[in-house]
Design a protein around this ligand. Sequence first.
Ligand SMILES: NC(=O)c1ccc[n+]([C@@H]2O[C@H](COP(=O)([O-])OP(=O)(O)OC[C@H]3O[C@@H](n4cnc5c(N)ncnc54)[C@H](OP(=O)(O)O)[C@@H]3O)[C@@H](O)[C@H]2O)c1
Length: 300
Amino acid sequence: MNILITGGTGLIGKRLSSLLIEKGHTVSVLSRSKKQTDKVKHYTWDIANQKIEEEAIKQADIIIHLAGANVGEGRWTSKRRKEIIDSRVESGNLLFNSIKKHNPNLKAFITSSAIGYYGMVNSDNVFEESDSAGSDFLAEVCVKWEEVANQFTELNCRVIKVRTGVVLDKNDGALAKLLTPIKLGIGSALGSGKQAMPWIHLEDICGIYIHLIENESISGIFNGVAPAKDNNKEFSKTVADVLKKPFWFPAVPAFALKLLMGEQAVIALKGSHISSKKIEASGYKFKFPKLKEALTSLLK
Ligand SMILES: NC(=O)c1ccc[n+]([C@@H]2O[C@H](COP(=O)([O-])OP(=O)(O)OC[C@H]3O[C@@H](n4cnc5c(N)ncnc54)[C@H](OP(=O)(O)O)[C@@H]3O)[C@@H](O)[C@H]2O)c1
């Protein structure tokens, strides 16, 4: 298959590209800048001006839409909020219009979304794909992101949305940021520490994308989180245990995080458990269903 990955230069896209190439697929990447690599062809797009290299679109059997400004970086000013939304929505619209014009044979459009869809709330509910959207900024981002994908159903291709949890990798993303204080022996919980922390190992989120590509009868919405249910304190303590570091510092108070991060502090302070039952029922078997094993594989 010819697989085009938007934002394929990021944490998930890089690993997913390598795994797809190992499986014999041809991978190309759609990026804001031209880079040259041996195995992956890079095409460029200019989302603000709705321009795209047509060749990228014409040859694609499957598109995986991962592009998007990082929600964890930069304060959520009105300019940054617009960038976070536009980088997902205007990019998706550009893809849709180009596919409609140039590629009647697209087999599948698979988009990332995020567990923020359900709202960053502390609740006892274990959210499933059929639950309704939350009402905060991240929920708004995810709803708009998913609405863009809905257009692709008009094109008679499979449409799949992956509501992704916190992706664990040693070098990039949330875990990498958490490692510094824990390695210094000053790791601690955030806020109450009781907020859920739905996570997924990088190998498993990539494994889920491959599972969705290879099983041609699958479409719809899937949560991309591990089956384990850990809260923030358990998560950080397990990281400290795996690294054999102390974990006794008092929790960072919620007000301090709010002062430091503004509204964005909800990412660290709020969270509910998310169900992985639907993706498991579709036949996906997690390589790392439990936190200790996932962290050991990354940090040892
Ligand atoms: N990692 C996680 O924990 C996690 C959790 C939930 C959801 N997700 C979602 O999954 C997707 C992939 O995640 P990731 O961790 O691989 O993301 P990432 O490392 O931040 O990479 C995303 C890619 O998107 C492109 N991008 C960044 N800013 C952009 C902008 N303003 N306009 C257009 N493109 C832009 C970049 O590619 P170029 O520079 O090549 O254009 C970048 O490499 C993202 O949409 C993310 O929100 C990730």
